[in-house]
Design a protein around this ligand. Structure first.
Ligand code: SAH
Length: 259
């Protein structure tokens, strides 16, 4: 079914050079581009994929942003998990429809959004965040992208101190010292549950892998890094892009044994 743009929605305008602008539609509103004004009323009521023309004659394609586009454009507090890693974390963390997921920290909510999508309406996500301002930002970003999320709960708290939840299917951590979560993970994860940790440096990966191997009841750490290289495809010029996002972080997983 076609999506018809409504006031209050966040939409993405893409110009002929591929530049992207995220705007919030408002009746009577105006987007000031380098090539003159685009009236929001020319977008409201139109279907997704429509073209609008600014007063200066510049054409813009208008879309609901994809999750990838939204994450790169949304307001950030903490560093967000980059799209290539969001995809890998969801798969390597085996986050499935209906799963009960505990996350930390919420940060700007990029990973929270990817987890909510993966668990779907039948699943649940509880995210622990130390800082109230980040919790507010994460919730605002989630709601800006997907509206109210009744299956999301944000808890202000330190995940090193405690996890209140039991029978958790998947634990997804983007905190600096995830090895400090192991004792709580053991209590809160169900048998066969999986913990996925995202870490920027190899020393952190080492500390985590060592802690896992010293703690009975966990499978050996499995670590990967995801590199994604974009390609330029324009007529005869088909080649890798000159620039790429190289290092972001490592993903380390382990599973909780029964017994
Ligand atoms: N994954 C997030 C970014 C998280 S940045 C995103 O994609 O947007 C790391 C976050 O963890 C920060 O917001 C920080 O405040 C929070 N944090 C750090 N230690 C924590 C802890 N022990 N318990 C809960 N949150 C913590």
């Amino acid at each position: 079914m076609s999506v018809i743009f409504e006031a209050g929605e966040k939409v993405l305008l893409v110009d002929g050079k591929g530049r992207r602008y995220l705007i919030t539609l408002a009746a009577g509103g105006a987007f000031h581009s380098h090539h003159g004004i685009v009236q929001h009323d020319a977008i409201i009521g139109q279907p997704e994929g429509t073209t609008v023309t600014s007063a200066g004659g510049q054409k813009f394609l208008v879309w609901m942003p994809t999750l990838e586009e939204f994450v790169l454009k949304m307001p950030r507090g903490a560093q967000v998990v980059y799209p290539k890693d969001l995809a890998s974390i969801v798969l390597r963390g085996d986050v499935y429809p209906g799963a009960f997921v505990v996350e930390a920290g919420a940060g700007s909510g990029a990973l929270t959004l990817a987890l909510l999508r993966a668990v779907g309406p039948e699943g649940r996500v509880i995210t622990y965040e130390l800082r109230e301002d980040f919790a507010r930002l994460a919730l605002a970003n989630v709601e800006a992208f997907m509206g109210k999320a009744p299956n999301l709960e944000i808890r202000i708290g330190d995940i090193y101190e405690s996890i209140l939840d039991r029978g958790v299917d998947r634990l997804v951590l983007d905190v600096p010292e995830p090895w400090r979560v192991l004792p709580n993970a053991e209590i809160s994860l169900r048998e066969g549950g999986l913990m996925a940790c995202y870490l920027p440096t190899v020393l952190q990966v080492h500390a985590l892998a060592e802690a896992i191997s010293r703690t009975p009841g966990w499978t050996p750490a499995s670590t990967t890094e995801t590199l994604v290289r974009g390609w330029h495809t324009d007529g005869q010029s088909v080649r890798p892009d000159h620039r790429m996002v190289a290092h972001t972080g490592f993903i380390t997983t382990t599973r909780k044994l029964a017994g």
